[in-house]
Design a protein around this ligand. Structure first.
Ligand code: GLN
Length: 297
């Protein structure tokens, strides 16, 4: 009798959350305490689990989901409640025009970093042959996006992390640019010959200061420290980029990189005007100065 009662109870629990709509509402309630957009996150995870788009979820709240899918969904929600970024759970982030695989070994591509791609595409002839490097490539989002737009270009994607390079390789293969991309494990240009002259260097370097590292959002704390931490003032790696890049660029070649909030004044000071011409500093969608375009003299 007891066993039967338990079974009945389990079945009624299960029925309660076996439709898309009910499972979503329950999940949103669980996420509500500490996630900024609980409905959105629950929807993204549900879509991922059942392999249907978010419009389907809205149109068919009555659709039933299989028990194994419900179990998986609940496990994903539990991970999200614990502060794991959505993108590490689904393994995906869109960037510019493509979908990128992401894991905790790489920074999750941010919308503001698309500014680097936009700026780079304005500087080059998209139909011409040219060579560029992406320093600290992570997921490969910058190198792969530019190669995808510029079909004659070749690139070197550099990262100090072997795990990151593996993800970048997968993303390059998936978007069919791997034959024009060389992945190199290196600390900046250490493993790159100065005889290889580049037309363009792009980078989203780590630029978070030590103080800011202590107050990072819970989700950002799950991202690789090496992709974020820029030393005491956040500018350690940017200094190095500004010093090392000229030796690998042809005259009139470009350097385009991202920097952090309130770093624009300091960055202007760091740029040696004997070496570089400052073309522009671009604001992101929130009007925060984000991206600098420099041309080697
Ligand atoms: N934009 C990231 C953040 O807000 C930092 C990325 C970086 O250091 N390049 O945390």
């Amino acid at each position: 009798m007891i066993a039967i009662n338990n079974e009945e109870k389990a079945e009624s629990d299960h029925k309660m959350s076996a439709s898309v709509g009910t499972a979503l509402s329950e999940a949103a309630r669980r996420l509500d305490a500490n996630i900024s957009e609980p409905r959105l996150d629950a929807g993204v995870l549900m879509s991922h689990v059942i392999g249907r788009d978010r419009a389907f979820l809205v149109a068919h709240p009555e659709a039933t989901i299989a028990e194994h899918q419900l179990k998986q969904f609940e496990e994903f929600i539990a991970r999200r409640v614990q502060g794991e970024p959505l993108q590490y759970i689904t393994g995906h982030q869109e960037f510019f025009k493509l979908d990128f695989e992401v894991t905790p070994d790489v920074l999750i591509p941010r919308p503001e970093t698309e500014l680097i791609v936009e700026a780079a595409l304005e500087l080059v002839d998209a139909n011409a042959e040219f060579a560029f490097a992406d320093i600290g490539t992570g997921s490969g989002c910058l190198a792969v996006s530019i190669l995808n737009e510029c079909r004659e270009a070749r690139a070197i994607a550099i990262d100090i992390s072997e795990q990151a390079l593996r993800i970048a390789q997968r993303n390059a293969e998936r978007h069919r640019v791997a034959n024009r991309l060389r992945l190199v494990q290196s600390d900046f240009f250490d493993a790159i010959s100065v005889n290889e002259t580049l037309d363009l260097i792009v980078s989203n370097p780590p630029y978070v200061s030590d103080d800011e590292m202590k107050t990072l959002q819970r989700e950002v704390q799950r991202e690789p420290r090496a992709a974020l931490a820029g030393g005491s003032d956040g500018l350690a790696l940017i200094r190095r980029l500004l010093l090392d890049a000229p030796g690998h660029l042809r005259p009139a070649g470009y350097l385009v990189f991202e920097f952090g909030i309130n770093q624009d004044v300091a960055i202007r000071d760091l740029v040696d005007r004997e070496v570089w011409k400052l073309i522009e500093i671009r604001n992101d969608l929130q009007q925060i100065p984000r991206t600098i375009v420099l041309q080697k003299k």
